[in-house]
Design a binder for this molecule. Structure first.
Ligand SMILES: Cc1cc2nc3c(=O)[nH]c(=O)nc-3n(C[C@H](O)[C@H](O)[C@H](O)COP(=O)(O)OP(=O)(O)OC[C@H]3O[C@@H](n4cnc5c(N)ncnc54)[C@H](O)[C@@H]3O)c2cc1C
Length: 405
């Protein structure tokens, strides 16, 4: 087993999270067989238990109802939470609320924090993050953003069409990314707004039918914003600094997502190892056969590498850096490593891997999105490649050019 250099506080928090998972969350998950969605009551009970175990909203400042842990110290707890699709919901560290709370904490006015951050932390309200748009709007290339917000007196008027807003149906507030100045480059001309979902002109078109489990109750909405008016106090952060703010939200959110998914992959492997150790075929248990053993060893190695990459990027963020390339490397590597591990875990459970009696089928459906959300694989590889090809030293070619002349 590979161990990492997490602080004593981080390790103690993650151990409490592990206890909550073992004592409360996994037994509750096992009751919800057949892909059943968790009820409001169940989520409430799980959150009450998370408070009791001292692992509720660890990443949020105590002033807003959290526990005041540094991002780096909270990180290992996200992995524990990821061991069930209900874990992050219980600890109030599930996307998209977690990233939205982070953005509100960083840039919200005192009024916005009172009105939205504290109730979000308490799970009295929920939120969505509305950035992606149908073709030809903002997607992998967010500079293609079409949604606009124009100032009219002391109000902003928002017009646009979004889709894939996770939690869009049922959210009380939507953080909407819009172009506020078309005269400048999008990097200087976009802003984020807090839009109450019951504002006039917010029209939910549909919940997009998709691959994915129901247990965590996450839908993804297509939403039209037609002349939606919000008071100027609903601008989140600085006008024109939307890209910068979104980057501040996305960097850490990509890493917390990595940790939730490595927890999921690790649990999938644990279930598969238990099955393989019991199940016999052709005279031995499946765990006794070398090819399956090596496959498990390969995935354990890749997950350990993923955890190390995530910590490397998180250390840089905690030290005040942006860590763009380390975050891209961690994200693209973890998304593929966790997808492959979960696929193998499903395979070695035979038909039971497909059944929703075990959580692996839900994990399998859930993990596929991770190679697309928070930047598709190719978008991160593009950034890593751009960095890799910078500062080329032509002196490396001297031996060739010397003979070629
Ligand atoms: C389950 C789920 C939840 C989501 N939640 C949210 C949310 O809460 N809020 C939100 O705003 N959005 C959300 N999204 C949207 C998500 O962020 C986008 O789907 C993602 O950014 C890709 O954008 P796109 O779908 O427009 O793909 P496109 O931009 O159309 O890209 C299609 C594909 O082209 C390839 N590609 C793109 N650029 C390059 C390149 N430079 N080189 C090579 N290949 C490339 C990639 O394979 C990419 O997947 C969610 C999506 C999913 C599936």
């Amino acid at each position: 087993m590979v161990s990492f250099t997490d602080s004593a506080e981080a390790t103690a928090l993650a151990e409490r999270a592990r206890d909550l998972m073992e004592d409360v969350v996994l037994p509750k998950e096992r009751e919800l067989t057949g892909g059943m969605a968790a009820s409001d009551r169940t989520l409430k009970e799980l959150r009450a238990a998370a408070k009791e175990y001292g692992v509720y909203a660890p990443q949020i400042d105590e002033a807003y109802g959290g526990m005041g842990y540094d991002f780096r110290d909270a990180l290992p707890t996200f992995e524990e939470a990821g061991r069930s699709l209900l874990g992050a919901q219980a600890m109030r560290i599930a996307a998209p609320d977690e990233g939205n709370m982070h953005l509100l904490e960083l840039h919200g006015s005192e009024l916005q924090k009172d009105e939205y951050l504290e109730p979000l932390v308490e799970a009295e309200i929920s939120s969505g993050f509305s950035m992606t748009e149908p073709i030809q709007g903002g997607g992998s290339d967010p500079k293609m953003l079409k949604t606009t917000a124009e100032k009219d007196g002391d109000e902003w008027v928002i017009n646009g069409h979004k889709w894939w807003t996770t939690n869009g149906i049922g959210a009380d507030i939507l953080l909407v990314f819009a172009r506020t100045d078309r005269e400048v480059h999008p990097y200087e001309g976009c802003s984020v707004f807090i839009v109450p979902s019951d504002a006039d002109g917010v029209e939910i078109v549909r919940n997009i039918p998709h691959i994915g489990p129901d247990i965590d109750r996450h839908g993804h909405a297509e939403i039209e914003y037609n002349d939606v008016r919000v008071p100027e106090e609903h601008l989140l952060g600085t006008e024109g600094a939307g890209f910068k703010h979104v980057q501040e939200r996305l960097g850490p959110a990509r890493l917390t997502h990595c940790m939730r998914y490595s927890g999921m992959a690790s649990r999938a492997l644990d279930i598969a190892k238990a099955y393989m150790s019991e199940r016999e075929a052709f005279g031995t248990t499946i765990a006794d056969k070398q090819a399956p053993r090596h496959a498990i060893a390969q995935h354990e190695t890749e997950l350990a590498a993923a955890r190390a990459l995530v910590r490397e990027a998180a250390d840089e963020i905690s030290a005040g850096g942006e860590a763009r390339i380390p975050v891209s490397m961690a994200k693209v590597f973890t998304a593929n490593a966790t997808q492959d591990a979960i696929d193998t875990a499903l395979q070695f459970c035979g038909g039971n891997g497909i059944a929703k009696d075990l959580p692996i089928a839900d994990f399998y459906e859930s993990v596929r999105q991770f190679r697309l959300v928070d930047g598709a694989d190719e978008v991160h590889l593009r950034s890593i490649a751009r960095d890799a090809f910078e500062d080329i030293d032509s002196a490396e070619l001297d031996p060739i050019t010397r003979y070629g002349q």
